[in-house]
Design a protein around this ligand. Structure first.
Ligand SMILES: NC(=O)c1ccc[n+]([C@@H]2O[C@H](COP(=O)([O-])OP(=O)(O)OC[C@H]3O[C@@H](n4cnc5c(N)ncnc54)[C@H](O)[C@@H]3O)[C@@H](O)[C@H]2O)c1
Length: 103
């Protein structure tokens, strides 16, 4: 697999499946940001990676207004549905904002 950006944003990354996704992504990239409100996920699933400094963890509820934007998501309002959707930026809609700013 060719991984060009070298960065990944994993929502629900403290969950059973999410944490295994993080394990796999760590084989392919070095910058991983995890967002999870720990409502059902467990910090222990990713604690080793946090302790090793190999992931950036944010405990946050993605349904809280402003949180998605602050964490590097593009929030769009599809005209057909008329309500905001928060989610990872699809390539065609990607904003110019770097979700992993260096400063
Ligand atoms: N086979 C097994 O051993 C095993 C173990 C665990 C789970 N499972 C099954 O796998 C499936 C998936 O379970 P899972 O635990 O990986 O997935 P999940 O859907 O429970 O994980 C969702 C993750 O998103 C987080 N989250 C939820 N709302 C959020 C919000 N608003 N903002 C930020 N984060 C939020 C939760 O804290 C959690 O970490 C389930 O069906 C479960 O029963 C199987």
């Amino acid at each position: 697999m060719v991984w060009e950006s070298g960065r990944a944003l994993v929502t629900g990354g403290a969950s059973f499946i999410g944490s295994h996704l993080v394990d796999e992504l760590l084989e392919r990239t070095t910058q991983i940001r995890i967002v999870d409100d720990l409502s059902s996920g467990k910090l222990e699933n990713i604690q080793d990676h946090i302790d090793a400094g190999s992931v950036e963890f944010h405990k946050a509820d993605l349904l809280t207004p402003g949180v998605a934007e602050d964490l590097g998501f593009l929030v769009v309002s599809p005209p057909r549905f008329g309500r905001p959707l928060a989610g990872p930026s699809p390539p065609a809609l990607a904003s110019s904002r770097d979700p992993f700013p260096t400063s």
